[in-house]
Design a protein around this ligand. Structure first.
Ligand SMILES: Nc1ncnc2c1ncn2[C@@H]1O[C@H](COP(=O)(O)OP(=O)(O)OP(=O)(O)O)[C@@H](O)[C@H]1O
Ligand SMILES: [Mg+2]
Length: 334
């Protein structure tokens, strides 16, 4: 990537003599996906998910290692690979900005040489699943985000590719549009497509994927069944307490208090935030109700406010990376 020094002088120098830095976006991703499998590909921002997809469609060439899709090397066989693969980057549109949706689709039909009958069948399917009909006369740049995503999905999958890469297909969508997209994903999987789905939304995954791969900083940190991830996501809850700042005692200064709470409620995890009047208690919802936690804490300290959080997929991803996951998660791949 370009390494430009700050300021105008830096820009000028960069223009005359550009310097480049090397950045390893993915390394050590050893992943094989069977035909017909639906895999959720997760990881925090900057983990290397989009980069992996770009390698899989041949926009990027690996500097080391090998990438194969349906036996082809995407970078070398870009055109042949494009016939097998449907790809969507939720962040940007693949439609021609100034064309009506119907004209963009017609162009793609010609590009992929889809026979007229097949094309009509496909459009009817998309109309059924995504309500494509009403979008056909609209110029792409006038579509709302949800409408654009529906049209983009149709464009990406018009040629019925056996392999589908979707990079955040539900980002920014409202509940209705998201449900439509998820139903659609379910359908393409039922029809036998192989799917690699990148998302930050656990609901998307539950709908379609059995297997979850988590990457961070370009490396795989978890590869296993969704049930294990789900168990952790749905079981762990956290109560955040705000204590009276006037209160003379502090949790930080009284580690005995922590021990007493843990004796009373084994297996809870207490996190004392930087501020002495903020504490958080993580617990397994299969063992405790939130009420038990709240009364145990409130019995000993002046609680003025509290908030209950569910664990998010991001938490699980973070913990997978830190190697902190519970026993069932030990088959972490690193
Ligand atoms: N063209 C590029 N040149 C240099 N570095 C890049 C380039 N594209 C991506 N990167 C870097 O590679 C790393 C992985 O980026 P990538 O886009 O794959 O992340 P991601 O997992 O898709 O994240 P997000 O959830 O934010 O979309 C990041 O550190 C990013 O800054
Ligand atoms: Mg990305």
């Amino acid at each position: 990537m370009p390494d430009k020094q700050p300021g105008f002088a830096g820009s000028l120098r960069h223009l005359v003599r550009p310097r480049h830095l090397e950045h390893t976006a993915v390394s050590g991703v050893d992943l094989s996906v069977e035909a017909g499998e639906a895999v959720a590909y997760l990881g925090p921002n900057g983990a290397g998910k989009s980069t992996t997809v770009k390698l899989l469609i041949g926009i990027l060439q690996p500097t080391a290692g090998e990438v194969r899709v349906c036996g082809l090397k995407p970078y070398r066989d870009r055109h042949a690979n494009a016939r097998n693969v449907g790809v969507l980057f939720g962040q940007r549109s693949h439609l021609w900005w100034d064309l009506q949706v119907r004209d963009s689709l017609a162009l793609l039909r010609d590009l992929y040489r889809i026979p007229t009958r097949r094309y009509k069948e496909r459009l009817a399917e998309f109309d059924d699943l995504l309500g494509l009909g009403e979008l056909m006369p609209v110029v792409a740049r006038k579509l709302s985000l949800g409408q654009r995503m529906r049209a983009d999905l149709a464009a990406a999958l018009l040629h019925a590719p056996p392999v589908v890469f979707l990079d955040e297909p539900t980002i920014g969508l409202d509940i209705n549009a998201r449900d439509a997209v998820r139903r659609f994903l379910r359908k393409i999987c039922d029809d036998g497509a192989t799917l690699l789905l990148t998302t930050h939304d656990i609901g998307d995954i539950e709908e379609v994927c059995r297997r979850v791969v988590i990457i961070d900083r370009g490396r795989i940190v978890f590869d296993g069944p969704i049930d294990r991830v789900k168990e952790l996501v749905t079981r762990q809850r956290i109560v955040h307490f705000t204590l009276d700042p006037e209160w003379a005692g502090t949790v930080v200064l009284d580690p005995g208090w922590v021990t007493r709470l843990q004796n009373r409620l084994p297996a809870v995890m207490l996190v004392v935030d930087g501020a002495p009047h903020q504490i958080s208690v993580a617990f397994d919802s299969a063992s405790y109700g939130a009420g038990e936690i709240v009364s145990a804490v409130a019995a000993r300290m002046p609680v003025v406010d509290l908030r209950i959080d569910e664990t998010s997929i991001e938490d699980v991803v973070r913990r997978a990376y830190a190697g902190e996951l519970n026993e069932p998660f030990r088959d972490v791949v690193t």
